[in-house]
Design a protein around this ligand. Structure first.
Ligand code: FMN
Length: 312
């Protein structure tokens, strides 16, 4: 579990800050370079054109790779647009599963929201989690001051707890597995009860879980590019054909209450962690809302049954 600092710098500001971060954290430092790094004549005009045209061109990526649990501090300039070619190209070329990423944007004065949101999106798509976003002004700041700002940032990042070790894609895979299991569990309950009203409720719950799977698959596809194939075996009942007596039904329902509680809490946590992704937040809050309702419904059924069961 290492904190790796990677910078891209043409005029030296980002490099100085990155050096301050890396030396404070006693971690490795890597520099990205591309056709602008040596400042060929007219590079600023060419850089502006590259940013406008989303042109990543050729970059030289240092030999850096990441392990689960690592932190990445990425220090880069703002170039008045949604990308900085070398930085965007780098993020899109590395695996960041289980890595917590800190973005440090350097700018002369102001701007940069579009670059930050684009990079946050790229990081999440590569499996990373955003640990923090910082922007530093370079105007009137001498190298010594920038280096000490870098050290201060290093202390702040070093003090942050190790972030999420699962990527968004992995969290969605887990959620799909759980919803598939829930769907199967409610379907079994339809078969194993003779009461009409309960049957109808279980049927509606199982249909909802199937709809949740569809929603999750759409989101998963948007981030992973493929549909997820669930592989966990559904927890098959020992005798699926047998009608449940009240006490066995109560036991099954308690398991569902716990699963629904875990689900809505989990969806809320994902929404909070990926707050930079509006589509993720929207879907997760909608799923959390639906599973909270399931939780209340099933808990209500449990209470009624246990009251009936405890009557002499
Ligand atoms: C093509 C280009 C566009 C820039 N646009 C902005 C801008 O819109 N706002 C700003 O505050 N700084 C802007 N800057 C200034 C840089 O963000 C700033 O100088 C940065 O610290 C440079 O980082 P470096 O020294 O590590 O290369 C621009 C610089 C370049 C080269």
């Amino acid at each position: 579990m290492t904190t790796k600092t990677v910078f891209y710098s043409v005029m030296g500001h980002s490099r100085t800050v990155a050096e301050g971060v890396a030396s404070e954290l006693n971690g490795p430092l890597f520099g990205l370079s591309d056709r602008f790094t040596a400042r060929p004549s007219g590079w600023k005009r060419a850089a502006r054109r590259a940013v406008r045209g989303f042109d990543l061109a050729v970059l030289s990526t240092p030999n850096v790779s990441f392990d689960r649990g690592d932190k990445l501090v990425l220090v880069f300039p703002y170039w008045n647009g949604a990308i900085v070619p070398a930085v965007s190209g780098f993020v899109r070329s590395v695996g960041l599963a289980g890595v917590t990423v800190f973005l440090v944007m350097m700018r002369r004065l102001s701007g940069g929201d579009e670059l930050i949101s684009q990079l946050e999106d790229d990081v999440v798509r590569q499996g990373g989690t955003i640990g923090g976003v910082f922007s530093l002004r370079t105007l009137w700041r001498v190298p010594q001051r920038l280096r000490s700002l870098g050290s201060r940032l290093g202390r702040q990042i070093g003090g942050k707890a190790q972030g999420a070790l699962l990527s968004l894609q992995e969290l969605l895979e887990g959620a799909i597995e759980e919803e598939v299991e829930g769907h199967a569990r409610y379907l079994q309950l339809v078969e194993r009860t003779t009461r009409k009203r309960l049957k109808a409720t279980f049927r509606s719950l199982s249909a909802d879980e199937a709809a949740h799977v569809q929603m999750l698959q759409q989101l998963y596809r948007a981030y992973a590019g493929i549909v997820y194939e669930p592989h966990r075996k559904a927890t098959a009942s020992s005798s699926p054909e047998k009608v449940l007596d009240d006490s066995a039904l109560l036991q099954e329902l308690s398991a569902s209450v716990e699963a629904e509680r875990k689900a809505f809490m989990g969806y809320r946590a994902i929404a909070e962690r990926y707050s930079s992704q509006p589509d993720v937040v929207r879907q997760m809050l909608s799923l959390a809302h639906s599973d909270l309702q399931h939780y209340r419904d099933v808990k209500g059924m449990c209470n009624v049954l246990s009251r009936r069961h405890s009557k002499p």
